[in-house]
Design a binder for this molecule. Structure first.
Ligand code: CP
Length: 319
């Protein structure tokens, strides 16, 4: 069987993406059944508890992580597999061993590799040199695992995703790229609002526009935050300074200020618009505390869904 990698959302077909989301919902519902009718606590892993029995899954994190690292490690354990967690400093990669050689060596021990790194090309090299599935746990270019949890969360609250308007405000970064891909595949209207010079990669926008033309979705990119947010069903933001951009923090805060998700943005959106954030959040910068912790916010559900959607992805790729 040909191995499948997950380096960008469109590594899945439109139908496969829907299947993964359905499975994520199933895993979540099953895991939440934590009493057995007598009121006794019955911890549940969500089923499929031995589907990956005997497999070992490597996790390499070259950047910090709370959600991705913990949700993958717990998910791998709940599916019966073993997680082997490595930081870049623990590998010979940091001492000059090539990415290709590392991929070949690890393919001899492991059954899949979850990797958080800087360049997307590093993931592509790992995937092409090795013989095991490689999963992108965030690169500077994309965050496809995050997008799965995002769609799962919106679907839970709004039902069918087709023609819903998802507005992303802020920096046209890796999270924006994966949302553009995923939203287009799901037939959504993805509206991205960024300052001039902070727009998403034009090639990602072009590809998402082509996909949306086939799925009934729509892609718009604007430099006007209220235009992006108008009549949105869901409003999404991310930190203005991503990992590795710390020296630009002051300049970014100035330029991105008008794109803060606060009262005026939420007034432009529908009254029942969901509020999403991939986290970690900087309250008072990209989002006001009132919106972040307000009644429309689903950010912690969204974070929790990382577990279910990544378990579904692992089952899809490995069984
Ligand atoms: N959203 C996200 O990827 O969180 P972490 O950086 O904590 O993994």
């Amino acid at each position: 069987m040909t191995k499948r990698d997950y380096l960008t959302v469109d590594a899945l077909s439109v139908e496969e993406l829907a299947k993964v989301l359905d499975l994520a919902d199933e895993l979540k519902v099953n895991r939440q059944r934590s009493t057995d009718g007598t009121g006794r606590h019955r911890p549940s892993t969500g089923g499929h508890g031995s589907d990956l029995q005997g497999l070992s899954i490597g996790m390499i994190f070259e950047k910090p992580s709370t959600r991705t690292r913990v949700s993958f490690e717990v998910g791998i354990s709940e599916l019966g597999a073993k997680a082997v967690v490595l930081s870049a400093g623990e590998l010979q990669l940091g001492r000059g061993e090539t990415v290709e050689d590392t991929a070949r060596v690890l393919s001899g021990y492991l059954h899949a590799l979850v990797v958080r790194t800087f360049a997307q090309s590093r993931l592509e090299t790992l995937a092409s040199a090795g013989s095991i599935p490689v999963i992108n746990a965030l690169s500077d270019f994309s965050h496809p695992c995050q997008a799965l949890a995002d769609l799962q969360t919106i679907r839970e609250h709004k039902g069918d995703l087709h023609e819903l308007k998802l507005s992303y405000l802020g920096d046209g970064n890796n999270v924006a790229h994966s949302l553009l891909e995923a939203g287009a595949m799901a037939g959504m209207h993805v509206a991205v609002g960024t300052p001039a010079g902070y727009e998403p990669d034009p090639q990602v926008v072009r590809q998402a526009t082509d996909v949306a033309a086939r799925t009934g979705g729509r892609i718009t990119v604007t430099n006007d935050p209220l235009e992006a947010a108008r009549d949105a069903d869901a409003v999404y933001t991310d930190v203005w300074t991503s990992m590795g951009q710390e020296s630009e923090n002051h300049a970014r805060t100035q330029v991105l200020g008008p794109f803060q998700v606060g009262a005026s943005v939420m007034q432009a959106a529908k009254s029942d618009a969901l509020v999403l954030h991939c986290l970690p959040a900087h309250r008072g910068e990209e989002i006001t505390p009132e919106v972040m912790d307000g009644p429309n916010s689903v950010v912690f559900e969204q974070a929790a869904n990382r577990l279910h959607s990544q378990k579904a992805l692992l089952l899809f790729l490995l069984t």
